[in-house]
Design a protein around this ligand. Structure first.
Ligand code: NI
Length: 257
């Protein structure tokens, strides 16, 4: 079984002491590529540095809506320079988060638009984070459509997923599809065509059942794939194979693995 972990934060301080072991456990279940995602300038730089150490790791660089206040001209210029590194496969995670509102909403929208423009200019796939901000997120995305990228850790409605798919995006599903109270999200999973789905852990956050509450790690993709196979009534190997083809397409990994 070959699996692409399309969204993990191995640059998080929670992996400082045991990253090689974390990667090895994931490889054992079949992970062939890790997409290591930044959330601000320092974490993006770290994602690239780590990716340079491991042949099966790539970096995604950008400024998360939580950190939108740090998206200065200088920070964006430095990120743009960092994007020239061969290990950078996409721009993200970017978007809007009106649940935590860690940065003012107008600042979030401005940082989102500016980064969409940079990613488009650099011809990089995008990784989108949206929470409690569906209408505003879709409005910005429509300004830049057609798109190439992922709606990461998707938790919206089927109607929203369909609009995103129509704009060219793939839908990333993570641990929440396994949560006991996620009946509505599982209905969305059954509607999204397998040909448009990629899998991710978003670790160290959002550990799936049955390891919910512990530090998450890419090896837990096995639980997410098992739930996806169950919901799609397909074999787990088949689900892994199709979502891996999708991940290779969206991150243009076809000739690089
Ligand atoms: Ni994330």
């Amino acid at each position: 079984m070959e699996i692409v972990e399309t969204h993990c934060h191995l640059n998080n301080e929670q992996y400082i002491s045991d990253l090689p072991a974390v990667l090895e456990r994931a490889r054992t279940i079949g992970v062939i590529q890790f997409m290591n995602v930044g959330w601000d300038l320092p974490s993006s730089e770290k994602a690239v540095q780590q990716a340079e150490l491991f042949p099966d790791m790539k970096a995604v660089i950008g400024i998360h809506p939580h950190d939108a206040s740090t998206a200065s001209d200088e920070a964006l210029t430095q990120l743009e320079a960092l994007a020239a590194n061969d290990k950078v496969a996409a721009w993200g995670e970017i978007g809007l988060d009106y649940y935590y509102d860690n940065s003012p909403r107008d600042i979030q929208r401005q940082a989102f638009r500016r980064q969409m423009a940079i990613a488009q200019q650099l011809d990089l796939p995008i990784v989108i984070h949206s929470r409690e901000a569906t209408q505003d997120t879709l409005a910005v995305l429509k300004e830049f459509a057609p798109l190439h990228g992922v709606m990461h850790c998707f938790s919206g409605s089927w109607e929203t997923a369909e609009i995103c798919i129509d704009m060219g995006l793939y839908i990333g599903f993570a641990g929440p599809i396994t949560f006991k109270n996620a009946r509505r999200l599982r209905e969305v999973v059954t509607n999204v065509p397998l040909e448009r789905i990629v899998v991710e852990t978003d670790c160290p956050y959002l550990s799936p059942e049955p390891v919910r509450g512990r530090r998450n790690e890419p090896a837990n993709l096995s639980h997410i794939l098992a739930k996806l196979a169950n919901l799609k009534q397909r074999e787990m190997e088949e689900v892994a194979q199709i979502t891996t083809v999708n991940a290779k397409n969206v991150f243009r990994l076809l000739n690089r693995l």
